[in-house]
Write a protein that binds this ligand. Structure first.
Ligand SMILES: Nc1ncnc2c1ncn2[C@@H]1O[C@H](COP(=O)(O)OP(=O)(O)OP(=O)(O)O)[C@@H](O)[C@H]1O
Ligand SMILES: [Mg+2]
Length: 320
């Protein structure tokens, strides 16, 4: 029988053994969007980079993962922190998690229940939330395993390059190993990220490659997350998510065109070169539509999370 601290309901590990496939961005955006939609959401950042705190604008209030180091090895429950957004809480990650990895490594030899440690810290607060998303590190395999044992579902973001797909195959192996301790673990779906083309052919090609990598029919999200570097950078720089930047993007867009109109009238007789847009203007005009597009991708992805969770829970109920 599976341990009570394993396979926790509505608990999802977002994971890929490869770096930079938008794991953290998916966790922060999907989490925040579902919280806005009325869900009670907890984000657990298991990465030393602490990107959740950055994406949510909490870089000043993060403990860099200290709380996790204090409670997980001690078997104590998490005390989540607010994010300044309604219904959205966080367990911060950061550099202190290096200690957690080495403490848990030491545990492996002498504690037969070491793999349930993260699940134990989550279990007693599980019912306070409708959804728990874990942002997994690209390295630190021991933290990945803890997440895969605590989680009921796995979401794997992947880009189409060979490296990301190798990372995905690595996760598939780790997934299979974790099942020995967490038999309910299920792949909710693979998310295609960093897509630069809207061409259906390319998207379908990536879908076929994913199926080949995972050894057959694999659930794949319909929504792809587009490549949009500028808004992604703006998120980390400002601590505001794509959908939170969107109203601003619209204002930038309008302001830009107003300035353009004004210039048309004024500039004919003014100094040479004045017709050239300055650098800020150029940044704004690219930022505006791509921010809206990216925010839209995440809204669709969040909806698909809800649908796929509903389907999976329906199937589980039927077979119970
Ligand atoms: N849609 C996007 N288009 C382009 N770049 C993006 C996009 N989303 C995020 N990025 C950038 O790509 C990098 C990786 O994103 P993110 O941190 O979400 O990925 P990750 O898989 O969590 O990475 P890591 O493995 O390092 O934890 C970051 O610099 C981020 O700003
Ligand atoms: Mg990350």
């Amino acid at each position: 029988m599976t341990n009570a601290a394993a396979g926790l309901p509505r608990t999802i590990a977002v994971i890929n053994g490869k770096g930079g496939v938008f794991k953290s961005s998916i966790v922060s955006s999907v989490g925040a969007l579902l919280a806005e939609a009325g869900w009670r959401v907890l984000l657990i950042d298991l990465d030393i980079q602490g990107n959740q705190s950055e994406d949510l604008g909490l870089a000043d209030s993060t403990d860099e993962g200290k709380h996790q180091v204090a409670v997980i090895p001690a078997g104590r429950p998490f005390e989540p922190q607010p994010t300044g957004r309604e219904r959205l809480d966080i367990i911060h990650g950061g550099i202190e998690l290096e200690d957690l990895a080495s403490v848990m490594q030491g545990r492996q030899a002498r504690d037969p229940e070491w793999m349930y440690a993260l699940g134990k810290s989550i279990a007693s607060i599980r019912d306070d939330y409708d959804l728990i998303l874990m942002d997994c590190p690209p390295g630190l395999p021991i933290l990945q395993t803890l997440a895969l044992v605590a989680a009921r579902y796995v979401v794997i973001p992947t880009r189409s390059d060979a490296g990301s797909r190798k990372g995905m195959r690595l996760v598939a192996r780790r997934f299979a190993a974790a099942r020995a301790w967490n038999e309910d673990l299920e792949l909710l779906g693979v998310v295609r990220t960093g897509i630069t083309s809207s061409a259906k052919g390319i998207r379908e090609e990536v879908r076929r490659e994913i199926a080949a990598d995972l050894g057959g029919a694999a659930p794949v999200f319909e929504t792809c997350i587009r490549y949009a570097e500028r808004p992604a950078k703006a998120v980390r720089d400002t601590g505001r998510l794509p959908h939170e930047l969107e109203p601003e993007a619209e204002r930038w867009f309008k302001a830009r065109f107003e300035r353009l109109r004004e210039r048309k009238v004024k500039e004919a007789a003014t100094k040479p070169g004045a017709h050239r847009a300055d650098r800020t203007d150029e940044a704004e005009i690219v930022l505006a539509p791509s921010t809206t597009g990216l925010a839209q991708d995440y809204a669709e992805l969040a909806q698909e999370f809800v649908n796929l969770l509903g389907d999976a829970e329906g199937r589980a109920e039927e077979s119970a």
